[in-house]
Design a protein around this ligand. Structure first.
Ligand SMILES: [Zn+2]
Ligand SMILES: [Zn+2]
Length: 297
């Protein structure tokens, strides 16, 4: 799985940072989280295909998270897309997408399915799922959790011992976690072979500190977090429904995540090394996102 940061600035692009967009490639699945102005050009510079995107998740309807959608929708049409595109976002996302899709001088040749999200699972694919969780940003706004599904193989020796080898009931056991077999309860955890757990990535979107952040980020391998200001502007950060780098680090610590990535920096910070230091004092495994930075999980 590869995560590419396409935009890491708040509000407006700067010379070095575009507005927010994060690309996740997991096997053949290509997902975009937020889509600030100019995202499609950022994707080209990062050698990522706009055409192959499977789904787009929008955290909230501030311009720095959505202005790139119109261009991407039109380019997909120009490139001859036929495959359905899924777009998920807060209330009114449909109204926003309908504007682009039904614009008088544009004939969209592919289907766009737009869904308004609420707390809980919003997309469930064979290999992964994406859930949304509500955050506090002064109006409807969400964070997202990407979870890779764990592939569980069963221990052949144990299956044989139970007389379950090759039985179609094994599928039911994988789905339900427990079955009754020859008058006994058989639990998946008792006959599963050692396996690697699927990875989890949490992305907060824009938010002031709130309980949902740590709750939904719990044990994530990666937390991508709003870190608009340094701690000396804490009051301003909270007044404007954002977080400081220390707030982000506290969420990472409380949720016991593997790694914290700070993003959505105010353009006032040309150099964010001091901000990373502030966060590291609270949560050690912290990095600052830069445009075109890639992480592999
Ligand atoms: Zn923003
Ligand atoms: Zn915002």
């Amino acid at each position: 799985m590869e995560i590419t940061f396409l935009g890491t600035s708040t509000t407006m692009p700067s010379k070095t940072r575009n507005t927010t967009a994060i690309h996740i490639q997991h096997m053949d699945n290509r997902l975009l989280f937020d889509c600030g102005e100019g995202t499609q050009r950022q994707m080209m510079l990062a050698n990522l295909s706009v055409f192959k995107l499977s789904a787009i998740f929008i955290s909230h309807l501030h311009a720095d998270h959505v202005l790139g959608l119109g261009g991407i929708i039109q380019s997909m049409a120009f490139l001859g897309r036929e495959k359905e595109l899924f777009i998920f976002g807060p209330p009114k996302i449909k109204k926003y997408i309908d504007f682009y899709q039904n614009w008088d001088y544009f004939d969209c040749p592919y289907k766009i399915t737009t869904k308004e999200v609420k707390d809980g699972k919003v997309f469930d694919d064979t290999d992964y799922s994406v859930s949304a969780f509500e955050v506090e940003h002064g109006f409807p706004a969400f964070g997202f959790v990407f979870e890779e599904k764990t592939e569980i193989n069963l221990d052949k020796k144990k299956l044989k011992k139970l007389g379950l080898e090759g039985s179609p009931i094994c599928r039911e056991l994988k789905e339900k976690g427990e079955i009754e077999w020859r008058g006994k309860q058989v639990r998946l955890e008792d006959i599963a072979a050692p396996h690697k757990l699927g990875k989890k990535i949490a992305y907060t979107g824009d938010s002031k500190p709130c309980p949902n952040l740590a709750k939904w980020s719990k044990n994530a391998d990666l937390l991508i977090c709003d870190a608009t200001f340094s701690d000396d502007l804490k009051q301003k950060a909270h007044d404007y429904w954002h977080m400081t780098v220390k707030d982000a680090a506290r969420v990472a610590k409380e949720a016991d995540v593997g790694k914290l990535v700070l993003t959505h920096f105010s353009p006032r910070y040309e150099d964010v090394s001091e901000l990373v230091k502030e966060a590291k004092a609270v949560f050690k495994d912290t990095v600052a996102a830069e445009d075109f930075m890639k992480l592999v999980l």
